[in-house]
Each structure stands twice: as C-alpha cells, then as structure tokens.
Design a protein. Sequence first.
Length: 236
Amino acid sequence: MNPRYSVARVLSDTGPILLDFDGPVCAVFATLADSTVAAELRRVIEEHNVEIPAHIRATDDPLEVLRFTATTGTPSLVVRVENALCQAELTAVDGATPTPYAREVIVAAHEAGRPIVIVSNNSAPAIARYLTAHRLTRYITTTVGRAHADPSLMKPNPAPIRRAALAVDADPTRCVLVGDSTSDIEGGRAAAVRTIGFANKPGKRARLLRAGADAVIEGADGMAELARVLHRELPN
C-alpha cells in the first residue's frame, strides 16, 4: 500500500505546518516510562473506588487512562487524573529524547516562512517546558495542547486541529498536519487538513496509510527528507 502523494507534493499544496508533539518533536516518555505514569493514574482512580476494566488495567498509555475517567461520570476524578498526568508530563519532558531531525524540520519551516503550530494531546505547560529547554520556542507560532479535564476534545476530535489553523489565520485546507498516530490522521481528515504520517515504529506505516494519510515518512530518514524538502524552499 503506497501513499497517494509524495511529501514534496503535499508541502507544495500547503502552507502552515501543524506538528504533533510526542513523536514528531520528541519521545516524551523516554526516561519516565509511560507504563509507570499509567499505573500512577490508575492508583488515583482506585482511590475513588471506581472499578477499572481489564483493558484499562492492561494499557501502558496514560492518555487512554485519562479517556476512561470521562466515562465514570465523576468530574472531580477527571480533574484529579488530569492534574496527575500534567505533573507527570512536566517531569517526563525533562528527560524527553529529541526526535532526530525534528529541530532541522522546525527551523527550515520557520525560515521558509511557514507558521508552525504544535497541536498535541499532551499538556501545553509540558510542551512549553520542552520547547524552552531545547531553544525552540522562537520558531513556534503557538501551541494547542490538551484541553484541561476534557478528554473528549483530544485528537481524533478535530477541534484542536481547527483551533491550530485558526491560530495562524489559515483555511484548514491550506494546512498540513504531521503526526505519528492514527488519531492524528483521523483528526486531520475530519478537520479537512492535509496529513503526513510519521511512521516511527514498525507497523505504523500501514496503519497510518489505512487511516488516510496523504503521505508517509519513516523514521529518521523520513524526518531528514522532510527537512530537505523544506530547506529547498529557502531563498537563495
């Protein structure tokens, strides 16, 4: 299964870049394992005497645990789990591993005159902390992070992606979202933005294409390709 378009074609048809955070920019849970965070969030839930289903007990994804809290009908629990996750993310980004060539992509896009918006299911304070620590803040137009204590607004909900396009005063059809999950691609399609899937793990390429990605880049070589295409747009 091949993508419908090349990276160069998608970029030539678009302007602003909407960039997912965990994956395309860095590996958030590189030193603080996501499984550890998910377990801590389950502990918070158990303090409320809420029964946790087997699939939530088994998941290593903190965001899935947060999503579950929205089904409990207990707003105070959602807030507590949200706050615990926010704190964990702030700790995690201190040890986050930069994605190879992510900096080159961001700088090349900025120098080519393309607005860059981080649009993520991670919390905005954690994203800001990482961008500051890695001297990337000046290249980013704005950040759209996770809506506080409202998991229903996380991608694949298109709302944050539409907010990102609005933040740079752009028609969504003129934007391209780079993301590493099917929720990025599905949310992007629902928001009418173009999508480039980032296959950073085995098996992701096929999943991203099935979700409808317009183009796909793979691993460090793919990020380097994205940077090269953007670099070619720079004025001589």
